[in-house]
Design a protein. Sequence first.
Length: 330
Amino acid sequence: MIVFGLEGTAWKLSASLVDERQVIFERGATYMPARGGIHPREASQHHAENMAQVVGAVLEKARELDLKIDGIAFSQGPGLGPCLRTVATAARALALRFDLPLVGVNHCIAHIEVGKWQTGARDPVVIYVSGANSQILALRKGRYRIFGETLDISIGNAIDKFARSVGLPHPGGPRVEELASKADGYIPLPYTVKGMDLSFSGLSTAATEAAKRHDLAEVCYSLQETAFAMLVEVTERAMAHAEKEEAMLVGGVGANKRLAEMLKSMCLERGAEFFLPPVKYMGDNGSMIAYTGLIMLKSGVATPVAESKVIPNYRTDEVEVTWARDGGAA
């Protein structure tokens, strides 16, 4: 089976072809704001302007390779409404044009499934951290259950917000990571874990205030260490509660080497396995949508065009996971 996938929940427009074994071809275009964070209407306009080129390149590759496409998958949510609607419109047009089944994919679950596909993880507790999401999840009784999540802003948003406040260029995460690697000391910052949930808003604000009085590299280091320790704590408790022996880090913030290092150390102490997908699959990409669409279609899940409206606040635990079970793929 070969599936065409289209991703465009935020700043990255990406289209891809995958089969069960590999990513066949992927093409993308990235929206970069002139200043500040993502502007939803600007991002959706970027996607609309680049859609023909991105989609056309992937379809042309399919023709060159004489491939038969079996389905069209698209990111149905969560994400920025204008961006989601632009992508959904293109996906519906493709499905109708080529008379192919359409499947709406939960963006968060796609990060999980492409991670499992690329690493070989079977039944992990998942640390999903990105610009918009921060969740600790595990598969239990047919759904990815959220054991802990942010109560306010995501870890990626918190780091980017801090980076903008101190004048670091976009994207802020890599700049903060680079500066943190040069620090010599730690500055105490608010550590907020409430039950199994986390709060990053106060931490970001406190780091901004600390940067007015302390060395910027030390503040970056302290921000990372505090936020990542919070995530590791909740992950370890989720592993104990769910009785899982694997952990997997996914999402754009997962590219941070220090976070991966801290999670790996915790897993080693527990005698558990730690999985980290290749960096190119950590950020948003069409391949994760295509692959998740593929395994959904194989399990009999499709989305009628009349029911393909976008879901900007699509919760991960709303999706019935028909294609996998605890302990491995179905």
